[in-house]
Design a protein around this ligand. Sequence first.
Ligand SMILES: [Zn+2]
Length: 61
Amino acid sequence: MNYDDEYKWCPECKSYVKYLQSYEKSYCIDCGTSVFLFSKEDWEKFRENLPRSDYPERLES
Ligand SMILES: [Zn+2]
């Protein structure tokens, strides 16, 4: 999967979608839901490849 800047994950559409960039958030161009850089699944995969010390603090559980 290539994480192109043009696409982000929409939990509502359950796919990578084109989005609108607002001041702090991005929104799905189709349904208006806040979108994320990664899907939960892809974030888990991405995180597995990081050394523990590189975990962003706010995302640690
Ligand atoms: Zn959507």
